[in-house]
Design a protein around this ligand. Structure first.
Ligand code: HEM
Length: 302
């Protein structure tokens, strides 16, 4: 069974960290070192997720609290407790730490993923949920995705055929991934600025041009997600987003959709290569459901 750990970070600032006598106790957890909390154990007993699972077993608990300096990190493995964090008290736990990298990558907190909980987050989340990743939008853009997926498969196929001799294109793939990773680094203001500048110089002119085309009436039918961003309307029929918000949200979605899924697929493939039995089972399943005559389609996935 896949055991999912939800991690929640509660910033305990100043007096807030001192519990009053009538407050509920913290969940069980490892004894923290003064000031720094539990980072020494996290470092010594890495990977952290195994250490956390081990502790939870040891404490016979579905909820555990560790400390990173003045932040409480709460791990939850129970689907009964998880809604307390994800639904009931979502507003308390939804915010992420504010850092230089989150500020720059969200163009001063205009987007969803890294902005603190509040009006801007609610607005962007509503637009993205209703106008961008809605079921109807996904359905209407199926053709675009198939075309892009074909392009990618063709690109990878050509890479394999050239047998790694063509270094110029091979390094283009690696560079993109490395570029994307710069965003998750801590510190290195110069690196983050440079990476954001590359993204802006690439995408901003395309976005501006598209907005102009709509303004001048050169476009009448939405064709892709950028059009959906531009055409999104609020309850008064006015454009939901400013151009700066569109630019910021496009960049953030590019990060979410390029880096995360490619990491997840790479990890799954690496695990399967290490466990040939699982790989063979996956190949068998695809062969029996899809066959060898065509590629997997979205419709094959239940
Ligand atoms: C395997 C692929 C993916 C993984 C592992 C992943 C992981 C995550 C995680 C862990 C968060 C929560 C971040 C936090 O702690 O606040 C998150 C948020 C988010 N992700 Fe993904 N993601 C994936 C794919 C995607 C894709 C394909 C999209 C867009 C189509 C996307 C859009 C978002 C958005 C908009 C948020 C912010 C949600 C909010 O704050 O309400 N993600 N993702």
């Amino acid at each position: 069974m896949l055991l999912v750990i939800f991690l929640f970070v509660v910033k305990a600032k100043g007096k807030a960290s001192k519990r009053k006598s009538n407050q509920a106790p913290f969940p069980p957890g490892p004894t923290p070192w003064p000031i720094i909390g539990n980072p020494p154990e996290i470092w010594r007993k890495r990977p952290a997720f195994r250490w956390i699972h081990g502790l939870m077993k040891e404490h016979h608990t579905d909820i555990l609290c560790a400390r990173l300096a003045n932040s409480h990190v709460v791990a939850v493995t129970s689907p009964v407790i998880a809604p307390e964090f994800l639904k009931k008290n979502d507003s308390v736990f939804a915010s992420r730490p504010v850092t230089m990298a989150t500020e720059y990558s969200s163009r001063r907190f205009l987007t969803i993923a890294v902005v603190p909980w509040g009006d801007q987050w609610k607005k962007m989340r509503k637009v993205v949920t209703c106008d961008i990743v809605s079921a109807s939008k996904l359905r209407s853009l199926l053709e675009n995705r198939i075309e892009e997926a074909d392009n990618l498969v063709r690109f990878i196929y050509n890479q394999c055929k050239s047998n790694g001799n063509d270094n110029s294109t091979a390094s283009a793939v690696v560079n993109l991934r490395l570029g994307m990773r710069q965003y998750s680094g801590n510190g290195h203001e110069k690196t983050v600025c440079k990476a954001m500048k590359i993204v802006s110089e690439y995408q901003d002119p395309l976005i501006d041009e598209r907005v102009q085309e709509w303004r001048e009436g050169k476009r009448t039918e939405p064709e892709d997600l950028l059009d959906a961003f531009i055409l999104a309307k609020d309850s008064n029929g006015k454009p939901s987003l400013s151009i700066e918000e569109i630019r910021a949200q496009c960049a953030e979605l590019m990060l979410a959709t390029v880096d995360n899924p490619s990491n997840a697929v790479e990890w799954a493939m690496a695990e399967m290569i290490n466990q040939l039995e699982t790989l063979l089972k996956a190949v068998e399943e695809i062969d029996s459901l899809v066959g060898k005559e065509r590629l997997v389609l979205e419709a094959d996935i239940p």
